[in-house]
Design a protein around this ligand. Structure first.
Ligand code: 3PG
Length: 302
């Protein structure tokens, strides 16, 4: 029987379907020190971002083990040593289509949160304050959204921003994308200088921050930085300095250099709206991810 280990959770409907189709499914998180050993007993491992599948774990799993397939239920595969796994004959798959709308909606939620002081108002009201005068916001309508990266999530966000009356700029490592003439293709520098909201939609850059001190310095003082992509793409120290020195107006952040983050100064900052990496954590996205995982497994073992 094909044995599947699910370490970071998967929709109940996908678990049920796989079991009905004759697969054995075990839902259990293992600490990194024991994961490799445990994986010896499984043909497939399904992870989200919490479980890291690094070289030593792959090596251990292959010592007499039978692991053949690693599935990332989600988009980013930066928690898996993909090239190494493939070199060792283990296939790696992800579910890149399922969560685009959810992540785009969260980015938009952070934009509204910072524009209208929603996050900090929640904090201050629960603290017994009535800071009506302090929280004079701005409208999103009529403002410019600059998208860094123009993949599935960025396109979903662009669609929504356009409907809200925003002007949309984008930059993309592949250059101008055909069929999106309502949006303006720009250089990264242009995006940073012209946008009221800069939103990141790129994968991890191998730990390198694309947005650091110099890039933030190019942004308008009134602009907001939104990161629902990957923590390491923004230099958190540079961002904190910029917020403290009024270089930019605020930030909406879902992802962190380290997760769970220990950067309490950043997450407690009055100009910041934060969420704990929940971009893909919606019922709809997780249901679609589960459906894609079932398809991948059935196809793989056909
Ligand atoms: C992704 O890459 O799919 C998102 O960052 C979501 O990650 P998660 O599955 O760990 O929530």
């Amino acid at each position: 029987m094909v044995r599947i280990l699910v370490t970071d959770g998967m929709s109940a409907s996908a678990v049920k379907e796989l079991k009905e189709k004759g697969f054995e499914v075990v839902e259990q998180f293992y600490e990194p020190e024991v994961l490799g050993e445990e994986l010896k007993n499984f043909d497939v491992v399904v992870v989200r971002s919490a479980t890291k599948v690094r070289k030593p774990i792959i090596d251990k799993a292959l010592e007499g083990g039978k692991l053949k397939l690693i599935i990332r239920g989600g988009v980013g595969v930066d928690n898996i040593d993909v090239a190494y796994a493939e070199e060792k004959g283990i296939a790696v798959r992800n579910t890149p289509n399922a969560s685009s709308a959810s992540v785009a909606e969260l980015a938009l939620a952070h934009m509204f949160a910072v524009a209208r002081f929603i996050a900090i108002s929640n904090v201050s009201m629960r603290d017994g304050k009535w800071d009506k005068k302090k929280y004079k916001g701005t409208e999103i309508s009529g403002k410019t959204l600059g998208l860094i990266g123009f993949g599935r999530i960025a396109k979903e966000l662009a669609k929504r921003a356009e409907v809200l009356g925003m002007k949309v700029l984008y930059t993309n490592r592949r250059g101008k994308v055909e069929g999106f003439d309502n949006y303006e293709y720009c250089t990264l520098e242009d995006i940073l200088k012209r946008s009221d909201y800069v939103s990141l939609h790129i994968p991890s850059q191998n730990g390198k921050a694309l947005i650091g001190k110099d890039e933030i310095a190019m942004m308008k003082n009134s602009a907001y930085l939104i990161n629902c992509a990957r923590g390491g793409v923004v230099d958190e120290k540079a961002l904190l300095d910029a917020l403290n020195n009024e270089v930019i107006a605020g930030a909406g952040i879902d992802v962190y250099e380290e997760e769970p983050t220990k950067n309490t100064e950043l997450i407690n900052h009055a100009k910041v709206s934060v969420t704990p990496h929940i971009g893909a954590s919606t019922k709809e996205a997780q249901t679609r991810i589960g459906e894609e995982i079932v398809k991948i497994i059935i196809e793989f073992f056909k």
